[in-house]
Design a protein around this ligand. Sequence first.
Ligand code: 5GP
Length: 120
Amino acid sequence: PTLAYDDDNIFAKILRGEIPSTRVYEDEWAYAFEDINPQAEVHTLVIPKGRYVSWDDFSARAEAKEIAGFVRAVGKVARDKGLVETGYRMMANIGAHGGQEVAHLHVHLFGGEPLGPMIA
Ligand code: 5GP
């Protein structure tokens, strides 16, 4: 069963403007902002605007246009951040075993330096 979406999660508050964030990109489908505790030279988060907890939740419930919009936004942020030439990492932590801390789907974009085999 899909975890219920909690409207009080931190990223919901960021989307509503109740918590400040450093905006990188925004469109109808997605919002991108700098991670507050960066783990690499570039560490940007991209979230869908809809109320989705995880990738499995999003992929099951979102309309095709939402999925397309979000996927395109992640790619645009990677390009705009200059990550394409050098390469980068995208990651989503899901659920307890994935170490997900914020229960609104988010993709991490890491780059700006060689990243090694994995970021914890
Ligand atoms: P998770 O472990 O859920 O994949 O990652 C959550 C990420 O959100 C962490 O990298 C953490 O630094 C970041 N984060 C948590 N709270 C805030 C916040 O209030 N603002 C921003 N910009 N990032 C946050």
